[in-house]
Design a binder for this molecule. Structure first.
Ligand SMILES: *[C@@H]1O[C@H](CO)[C@@H](O)[C@H](O)[C@H]1NC(C)=O
Ligand SMILES: *[C@@H]1O[C@H](CO)[C@@H](O)[C@H](O)[C@H]1NC(C)=O
Length: 435
């Protein structure tokens, strides 16, 4: 199957690109018809506020006193799940970046311990990796999102900054989850970021030689830097990285106001969502991405993206290679693509999860409502597709965090504010409900 894909990709590049259509609707399209019954996603974890665990009660008291822990400050934004291949309990990872002070650590796993306001989390890989708050660049300064690959490794994106003070270079840190050992680290060179402007928030690691046949060595990682409005490509084998910044990575001012459940905030952000089209679909492979503050869904072929030479021309480089897939008329945050090519995204309005088959035009008929819940799906900031080793089925995992309430200052810690939800991908697509 893999060989077939490669042959098709090389022999018929034009045919493959023609699988994308360029839509130019004259007005916004979403007046989606809702199914008669609302489709619910089951909740796996929920919090009123994030419940941090510490190595000792003394440490908790000390960081509460010195301001390194303020229970009202942390906001979870990402979720990823690791199923050990030989069985054993799933591990659920969440991130709580250091947007400001008062976040004791920014990468954690969820424990079975139930506390007053939700499940307790514990630092990953250890408390010491986080406790210097930017003083030790061999640790982790501020993790925004992670990506667990098919080889059992977690790709961790550390922005290196706290409130735009660049304590350390942004870095990609990779852990082997079977052993919890550091297996790779790449510190971005100064040419790949803009200190005081960049904020790296998302990573997608494309494993081009996946198991069982591949060796997991041939990897390109894509990094989203929405504040400097760029995508960074990291060539792991070549130990090189380059920035892509042009009119397609820019926000659209018309989508700078984000309204969720009647509350609005302003954010003029570039690229946020990243996912590559899967191997084995017989298509020329693309990175599908969008800016948070934009309605456009975009694609760029991986063979162009992965060639550093193509990007030497700066703002005007390779512009004709970008494919404008369509417009949604509203923002959505993180997205994820299943192995059969269904792209999922959580729309701000309606507050719902939509699915789209990437081989069809991105339009009203093909972008379908899959789950609707105006309470539990407020701002889906983290989204992953995870394959269960036991039966090979895929699951969609989401983290919603009511970001609008944080910006508006209306967050109420007596309510549930943060949720992790899950559904079997096939069950969700077939409308069977989630089990
Ligand atoms: C990269 O792009 C350059 C410029 O278009 C081209 O000459 C070169 O062959 C490409 N390299 C690969 C590996 O495709
Ligand atoms: C739990 O939430 C309540 C209500 O907001 C708050 O007063 C309390 O401090 C929280 N407890 C912890 C351990 O975070």
């Amino acid at each position: 199957m893999l060989i077939l894909t490669l042959i098709l990709g090389i022999a018929y590049p034009n045919f493959c690109l023609a699988q994308y259509y360029i839509n130019r609707p004259s007005h916004n399209f979403p007046e989606f018809k809702f199914p008669s019954e609302n489709k619910e996603l089951p909740i796996v974890f929920e919090w009123k506020n994030i419940q941090y665990g510490f190595p000792s009660e003394q440490e908790r008291q000390q960081v509460l006193r010195n301001g390194r822990y303020n229970p009202d400050s942390p906001i979870p934004i990402d979720i990823d799940v690791y199923y050990p291949p030989n069985g054993g309990p799933a591990r659920h990872f969440v991130t709580t970046p250091r947007f400001g002070q008062g976040v004791p650590y920014s990468l954690a796993y969820v424990t079975n311990v139930q506390r007053e306001n939700g499940s307790e989390i514990q630092a990953y890989p250890s408390y010491q990796w986080h406790s210097s708050h930017g003083a030790n660049c061999d640790g982790l300064t501020s993790v925004y999102r992670v990506h667990i690959d098919a080889c059992g490794r977690m790709w961790i994106l550390d922005s290196g900054e706290i409130e735009f003070v660049q304590h350390c270079a942004p870095q990609v840190v990779v852990f082997d989850l079977a052993t919890d050992q550091l297996v790779h680290r790449y510190r971005l060179p100064e040419s790949s970021y803009k200190a005081k402007v960049s904020r790296f928030v998302n990573i997608f690691a494309d494993i081009r030689d996946p198991p069982p046949k591949g060796k997991c060595n041939d990897v390109f990682a894509y990094l989203a830097d929405p504040t400097s409005k760029a995508i960074v490509v990291y060539d792991v084998v070549g130990q090189n990285s380059w920035r892509i910044e042009n009119k397609f990575t820019y926000p659209d001012a018309k989508f700078g106001t984000h309204t969720v459940a009647g509350e609005s905030f302003e954010l003029l952000d570039g690229p946020l969502a990243l996912a590559v089209t899967p191997l084995g679909l017989g298509m020329r492979r693309h990175l599908i991405f969008h800016a948070l503050s934009n309605e456009l869904e975009l694609a760029i072929p991986l063979d162009i993206l992965n060639n550093a030479t193509k990007w030497q021309g700066g703002l005007s480089a390779s512009l004709s290679e970008f494919v404008s897939l369509g417009r949604r008329g509203v923002q959505c945050a993180s997205h994820a693509i299943s192995r059969r090519g269904i792209l999922f995204c959580g729309f701000l309005d309606p507050i719902a999860i939509f699915g789209w088959d990437i081989r069809t035009p991105y339009n009203r008929q093909n972008v379908q409502l899959l789950a609707l819940n105006p309470d539990t799906l407020q701002f889906v900031s983290g989204m992953k597709i995870v394959q269960r080793p036991a039966d090979g089925r895929e699951e969609l995992w989401l983290l919603s965090d009511r970001l609008q309430k944080i910006f508006a200052g209306t967050i109420d810690y007596r309510e549930i504010n943060y949720r992790v939800l899950r559904c079997d991908v096939d069950d969700l697509l077939q409308g069977r409900g989630c089990f």
